[in-house]
Design a protein around this ligand. Structure first.
Ligand code: SF4
Length: 448
C-alpha cells in the first residue's frame, strides 16, 4: 500500500484541516506514517502568519523533497497563497494545492498521479480505531475572516465567510466520541462569527456549544479562540450553565494600548477589553483567560507598551502566546513607516514574557491544594510521568499507570512547575471503564 506522511505549520485551523486530509488518505487505503519516515507522499500544510512561519514552511518542503527525492511532495495552506502574492516559487514541491481546495487534496493527488489509484485498488476502506493515547480532537466550524486587522494577511487568503451546518458538526462530534475521543476543541478562523447568515442552519456559537456538550461520550468541549467583541452575554451564559464547556477562554488582546489597537484596526480599546475580562471573571470565577499579544507593532512606543504590560497584569493571563510583529506583504501595516527596531522588539518581548510568566504562576497557585479533574493524555517522554490538562488549561504531571490515559482522573495539584503543576492521583482512584463521566469530578461541581 502507498504510504503518506503529514505535517502542519501554524494555527489550530491548519492542524484540524491536516487531520481531515489525513483521514481522507487513511480511509482511501494509504498507510499513514511519521513525517520523518520514508513515505510515497508528504503533505505539508503551510502557514504565512509571520515571516518565520513562511521560512519554516519553505524549509520543510525543501527538506522533505531533498531527503526523499522519489516521493511526491504536496504543498498546501496559507504560505502557498502568500507565495503567489509575493511571486515566490518553491520548486521542490511536486504538487501545489490552492488553499481553498485543500480539503480536496486527495482528489488532486489522485488526478495528478493516477498510479496511486491503481496501487490503492485493493486497499481496505475502513476507518481505523483511535490511536492509543489520543484523547483530544479538533472540529472546525467556521472559515474566513472579514475583520481585516491591519497586520494580518488571513482575510486575503481566507476570504469567504462560511459556517458549517450545525448538524454536520454534531455528527462529526458523535463520530469522534465513538472513536474514543473525550475532548473536542472547537476552532475556526473567526469562530465568534459562527451563525445563521453564513450557513450554521440557525444556531449561534453558544447554541452550538451547548449542543456539542450533550453529545454522548464527549466529556469536554473547549473553544480554541474568540475575538473580544464576540464574547457575548449569551456565550458567557452557555459557559456558566453547561458544565462540559471548559472554563477557558482564549481572547486575543494583541495590544493593551488603545492607540495601537486603532492602528491595528482592532474594533475595541483597552477599557473594553478590561471590562470584558471583569465581566467574564464575575460569571466564571475560576476562568482561565489566555491570549495572543503582539509586541513591536509600528508606532508602539514605551508608553504604549506599558499599557500592554498593565493589561497583562490586571487580567492575570493564565497563558500568553507572544509574537514579535513582522510585516505581511499586501497588508496596510506593511506600509507603516514607524517601525520598532528589532532589538527593542526583542527586549520588550522578554519583558512581557517575564510578566506573563508571573501572571501564569499566580493563576496556577490559586489551584494548588485543590483536586481537579485531569484529562490524561500521555506519558511524558522524559520522566515517565503522566500528563494532562485540567478543564481550565493547567498542564498537570503526576505519577500513575498507563491505564489512566484517556480517562478523566481527579488529581490533587501540589506544586508549580515551569508551565503547570505537579500533582498526585487520589490513592483510591481506579477507573472501572475507559470512560469516566466528567460530571462526577468536574471542577464546577467541586466549587459548589
Ligand atoms: S480577526 Fe484579525 S488577526 Fe484574526 S484572522 Fe481576522 S484579520 Fe486576522
Amino acid at each position: 500500500m502507498p504510504t503518506a506522511a503529514f505535517t502542519t505549520l501554524g494555527c489550530k485551523v491548519n492542524q484540524y484541516e491536516t487531520q481531515r486530509i489525513l483521514d481522507d488518505f487513511e480511509e482511501r487505503g494509504f498507510t499513514i506514517t511519521e513525517i520523518d519516515s520514508p513515505a510515497d507522499v508528504y503533505v505539508i500544510n503551510t502557514c504565512s502568519v509571520t515571516q518565520s512561519a513562511e521560512r519554516k514552511s519553505r524549509h520543510t518542503v525543501r527538506r522533505l523533497a531533498r531527503q526523499n527525492p522519489q516521493a511526491v511532495v504536496v504543498m498546501t495552506g496559507c504560505y502557498g497563497e502568500m507565495a503567489k502574492i509575493k511571486g515566490e516559487t518553491v520548486e521542490e514541491a511536486t504538487l501545489i494545492v490552492p488553499n481553498h481546495e485543500k480539503m480536496r487534496t486527495l482528489e488532486h493527488l489522485l488526478q495528478a498521479f493516477p498510479r496511486f489509484v491503481r496501487e490503492l485498488a485493493d486497499a481496505p476502506q475502513v476507518r481505523p480505531p483511535r490511536p492509543a493515547g489520543r484523547t483530544r480532537a479538533t472540529i472546525k466550524i467556521e472559515d474566513g475572516c472579514n475583520v481585516f486587522c491591519s497586520f494580518c494577511s488571513i482575510p486575503y487568503t481566507r476570504r469567504v465567510m462560511y459556517s458549517r451546518p450545525a448538524a454536520e458538526a454534531l455528527a462529526e462530534a458523535q463520530r469522534l466520541a465513538e472513536r474514543g475521543y473525550r475532548e473536542i476543541v472547537i476552532t475556526g478562523v473567526l469562530v465568534g462569527a459562527y451563525g445563521a447568515e453564513t450557513g450554521s442552519g440557525g444556531l449561534d456559537l453558544g447554541g452550538l456549544l451547548r449542543r456539542l456538550a450533550r453529545v454522548p461520550g464527549i466529556e469536554r468541549v473547549r473553544l480554541s479562540s474568540i475575538e473580544p467583541t464576540q464574547v457575548t452575554e449569551s456565550l458567557l451564559d452557555a459557559f456558566a450553565e453547561e458544565p462540559k464547556l471548559c472554563n477557558h477562554l482564549h481572547i486575543p488582546l494583541q495590544s493593551g494600548d488603545s492607540g495601537v489597537l486603532r492602528r491595528m484596526n482592532r474594533p475595541y480599546d483597552q477599557a473594553f477589553y478590561l471590562r470584558l475580562c471583569e465581566r467574564a471573571y464575575r460569571r466564571l470565577p475560576d476562568l482561565a483567560i489566555t491570549s495572543d499579544i503582539m509586541v513591536g507593532f509600528p508606532g508602539e512606543d514605551r508608553a504604549a507598551f506599558e499599557n500592554t504590560l498593565k493589561v497583562a497584569r490586571e487580567v492575570g493571563f493564565a497563558r500568553v502566546h507572544l509574537f514579535r510583529y513582522s510585516p505581511r506583504p499586501g497588508t496596510p501595516a506593511a506600509s507603516f513607516t514607524d517601525a520598532v527596531p528589532d532589538e527593542e522588539k526583542e527586549a520588550r518581548s522578554q519583558e512581557l514574557a517575564a510578566v506573563c510568566r508571573e501572571t501564569q504562576q499566580r493563576y496556577i497557585a490559586r489551584f494548588l491544594g485543590r483536586v481537579m479533574p485531569v484529562l490524561v493524555e500521555e506519558k511524558e517522554r522524559e520522566g515517565g510521568l503522566l500528563a494532562g490538562y485540567t478543564e481550565n488549561y493547567i498542564r498537570v504531571l503526576f505519577t500513575g499507570g498507563s491505564h489512566l490515559v484517556g480517562t478523566v482522573a481527579p488529581i490533587e495539584l501540589q506544586e508549580p512547575t515551569a508551565n503547570g503543576a505537579r500533582g498526585e492521583a487520589l490513592n483510591s482512584y481506579q477507573p472501572e471503564a475507559d470512560m469516566i463521566p466528567l460530571t462526577l469530578v468536574t471542577g464546577k461541581a467541586m466549587r459548589q
